[in-house]
Design a protein around this ligand. Sequence first.
Ligand SMILES: [Zn+2]
Length: 171
Amino acid sequence: MAEKQGGGQKVKIVILTIIILACLGFIVKQLMPKKYTYSRVLIDVETGKVFKQNMVAGKPVEFPTMSPYSKKNTAYPAYKCNKCGTIFAFAEVTPKMPEPGKEPTEPPPMPMGPEFNMPKCPKCGEMMEITVPEIPQGQDSIQVTGEILIAKPSSTPMPVPPPPPAPPAQK
Ligand SMILES: [Zn+2]
């Protein structure tokens, strides 16, 4: 008799433990910071595929990033020039974030000036008419044929004015 009762209690404890663990798991899940994702249109420069990639907000991605088509780090943000119609890749610079809990050893190289990190058409040099190529509803990707040009952000963001001419030495 005693054995049977003990066995029943054991089962109760096991069930109770499972319930507590399930509750804890739920609470932990609620406390976890939510990950906000957004999608970006990327282009795989090797296969010419333009596709949407989900990104986690607040987690900077360094380009080139992994392409699901080439299975290599060949994907860049995709842009389209409305002037000449070229779809091109942009080697975007990801601002380095200081690691949490660590003092930044050097100031992060932040974009300076409006022209920095602005895609510029590698074919015609257009800067104002640049948009993100659209992927039609119901399609995973679009195919770009031909060589994919990679635009680089300008390394000299602000034109440095030439030093004023030295005043003529007076005698
Ligand atoms: Zn162009």
